[in-house]
Design a protein around this ligand. Structure first.
Ligand code: DGJ
Length: 724
């Protein structure tokens, strides 16, 4: 529930386990009072008073030392007595950039208003929205701060709107989606970082008096940093400790910052990256920031993940896919790359079907004259040399085998050697007179251009209509460089990056609405745009281009911190692994890929009889546990050897699935056990060998790990609760 207390001016957003408090003072400034564990319906106005800066309550601005800097701000402006990093900065016609927004009114709405043109968590029963209206009395600009409380899910979303009701343009230089302050720097910064083929590594850093910045300048949310930031108590582990986090529902350049001030207070913010952003707000126009999802946990990272998984699965993903089990796919990429031959592909499909696979995905190389990365992006018509009888005839054969059919596209890109480029050379992202850098031999289409957006919508619609397509893998394989648009005016060029993202959302929004039965998979050279913005439209993501099972352990662990397993694409691939050359056992590759949406990225028509047998068993095993993996609750388990072994658990109804992977064998092996979590203490569980154990025993003593002398050894247990 959201409460407002007139007397103290305090707003109390009270979730199932969380409270968030904002206070306005007599001068109508907004202060961030508290975010943390749930409080009773209280309005503690002594908190601000007890900060040693007594004048904050004065009923006039004209007092000695009204230092906003000493007080925790809810949405700090630039240019006043708070000289820390602001949440927004505007420039006005008179050349100044000082703002002073004060509380004007507020409303508490049932449900949630939508964010025009942007993805956001969906409205749900039981959510309420607080809108705080602010005014700058010198400049004719209104600001609205939005807070939606998802009561049961215990999650708060925030965004800001700015409306220009004056007669002159207002320039937005920076506008964050959310800002919070913690009174202590005795916390660590936690974020997910990496690079191409090595995404989402969990990083933890102790804070000192510094400004920290996690960002993307690549045009997409990036492999380098996920648009996620958290502050966690030093002791926080999976099950204990507090964690305060923000995740931005946005797929472009973002910044997430933490600033420790001279009094050791900590300000954490997230929003569009101000380095590559500017916006002219014309009279009567409104600017809407992306949405930030705020999740607090006082029971460690496990609860944090559960809150994200629950809200994303149920309120972010397209509803028709939220609870829908995903097919087991075979993807042609690592099996054939560009060397697509109909006969081989049909053999691959036939063998895959025999093994139990449910969907065939035709990856890159089926269109134009694409035999390598140097050509054809933009030419979304079938290569007749590779499919002489046409794509429909090929798909028909696939479907006759009893497989669903998926296809790869990379619509936002253009090759120099393409019919599209010859017809529309001006449709590229470019700055006239400047070098247009290639990356992977390709350029980026200007999605800030409405004509390009319409073209993509029409071309993709025609493709999806013409062919019996069940699944689309939507790829994006390079960053944006030399950013500029041929259709934007000089004053709008600074808006390019954000306009690109808005254009992308218009394209994917229209297509996913037009083709609701198609399962879209988001990919950007793996996890280069794995963010809640894309997940809103595409209910799953290819987690990484690195398919090595051991590399995948940390990639999937980091990804699982925020994103639910049902959204995480994980495939078994060949050995030696194509990205790093490692040889791992097929069992381990299978167990690691079973952490999310399972599939194969290898030539299943060229297996030894033993491999065939093992893969058949693997697929049968995944089908037995799929519901639990995709619709159950996920837990990262503690192992005694942190980086040398990873373990995880899923629970749904009476099924518990536990997986363990050890990286390197160690000599003089002490017997090890793996403790499970969140079982029914008195419940009786049957182990795969038929033995039975009580829940409390499994949680306290754990399962015995086999002492195997082998690198990359793995083990999986499927337990059944036989008595409550
Ligand atoms: C990058 C993707 O992540 C791969 O899986 C594959 O689809 C290639 N692109 C195709 O070019």
């Amino acid at each position: 529930m959201i409460y407002f207390d007139e007397q103290t001016g305090i707003f109390h957003l009270q979730g199932r386990k969380t409270s968030y408090l904002i206070q306005k003072n007599q001068q109508n400034h907004l202060f961030h009072l508290f975010w943390g564990s749930r409080l009773a319906k209280r309005f503690p106005d002594y908190l601000l008073k007890e900060i040693k800066r007594a004048s904050y309550l004065a009923d006039t601005d004209h007092i000695k030392e009204y230092k906003l800097e000493r007080l925790p701000q809810e949405y700090p402006a630039f240019g006043n007595s708070d000289l820390r990093k602001p949440a927004f900065q505007l420039s006005y016609k008179n050349g100044t950039n000082i703002s002073d927004f004060r509380y004007d009114s507020h409303e508490i709405l049932a449900g949630k208003p939508t964010l025009t043109g942007l993805p956001s968590l969906r409205d749900s029963k039981g959510c309420e929205t607080l809108v705080i209206h602010l005014m700058d009395s010198v400049q004719k600009v209104k600001m609205r701060l939005f807070y939606t409380l998802y009561q049961e899910a215990d999650v708060i979303t925030r965004h800001t709107e700015l409306e220009n009701y004056g007669e002159c343009d207002v320039e937005i230089n920076q506008m964050n989606s959310a800002c919070v302050e913690l009174p202590t720097m005795d916390v660590e910064l936690l974020h997910l970082s990496g690079r191409w083929a090595h995404e989402a590594g969990i990083q933890r850093t102790a804070l000192s008096q510094l400004n920290y910045r996690i960002e993307s300048l690549r045009g997409g949310s990036s492999h380098e940093h996920n648009p996620f930031i958290a502050l966690v108590e030093k002791e926080t582990n999976e099950q204990f400790g507090k964690a305060y986090s923000m995740n931005l529902v946005y797929s472009g350049n973002f910044e997430a910052t933490v600033d420790v001030d001279q009094q050791e207070a900590v300000r954490m913010q997230i929003g569009i990256n101000s380095t590559t952003f500017g916006w002219n707000l014309n009279p009567e126009a409104t600017f809407v920031t992306p949405e930030a999802v705020l999740v607090f946990s006082d029971q460690g990272l496990q609860e944090l993940s559960h809150k994200y998984h629950n809200i994303y699965q149920n309120h972010l993903l397209a509803p028709q896919f939220a609870q829908k089990e995903r097919p087991i796919v075979v993807n042609s990429w690592e099996a054939s790359y560009f060397d697509l031959k109909e006969e081989n592909l049909l053999q691959l499909a036939q063998s895959s079907k025999d093994l139990g696979v449910e969907m065939f995905v035709l990856d890159d190389g089926w269109f134009g004259k694409r035999d390598d990365t140097s050509s054809s992006l933009g030419d979304w018509f079938v290569d007749q040399h590779k499919f002489p009888a046409g794509l429909s005839a090929f798909i028909e054969k696939i479907k006759k085998l009893g497989l669903a059919f998926g296809i790869w596209v990379e619509p936002e890109m253009i090759s120099e050697d393409s019919e599209l480029y010859r017809a529309h050379p001006d449709w590229c992202v470019e700055v006239p007179g400047r070098l247009k850098s290639y990356s992977r031999g390709q350029w980026v289409l200007d999605l800030a251009n409405h004509e390009v957006q319409d073209y993509l919508i029409d071309t993709m619609s025609a493709l999806f209509r013409e062919y019996a397509i069940d699944y689309v893998k939507w790829d994006w394989n390079r960053s944006i460089t030399e950013a500029g648009s041929n259709v934007l005016l000089a004053a709008q060029q600074k808006e390019f990056y954000h306009r690109y993202v808005l254009g992308l959302y218009r394209v994917v929004g229209t297509l996913t609405e037009r083709f609701p039965a198609i399962l879209f998979e988001n990919c950007a050279g793996g996890g280069g745009r794995n963010d809640p913005g894309m997940l809103y439209y595409m209910p799953q993501s290819w987690a990484s281009d690195d398919t090595d099972a051991i590399e995948r352990l940390s990639i999937q662990e980091g990804t699982s911190l925020i994103y639910p397993p049902i959204t995480m694409g994980c495939h078994v691939s060949q050995v030696p692994n194509h990205q790093i050359g490692r040889v791992t056992p097929l069992e381990t590759r299978g167990i690691v890929a079973m952490q999310g949406n399972f599939g194969y990225e290898m030539d299943l028509s060229k297996l030894s009889p033993v491999e065939r047998l093992k893969i058949k068993e693997q697929i049968a095993q995944y089908k037995k546990i799929r519901e639990t993996v995709q619709l159950g609750k996920f837990y990262r388990l503690s192992t005694s050897e942190k980086s040398n072994a990873k373990a995880w658990q899923y629970s749904k109804d009476s099924q518990i699935v536990v997986s363990y992977v050890q990286v390197q064998a160690r000599p003089n092996f002490a017997s090890k056990r793996l403790r499970l979590v969140d079982l029914v203490s008195k419940g009786l569980y049957e182990l795969p060998n038929g033995e039975k154990r009580y829940g409390d025993e499994l949680m306290m003593f754990g399962l015995a790990i086999d002492p195997v002398k082998e690198d990359y050894f793995s083990q999986q247990w499927v337990l059944k609760k036989v008595e409550d």
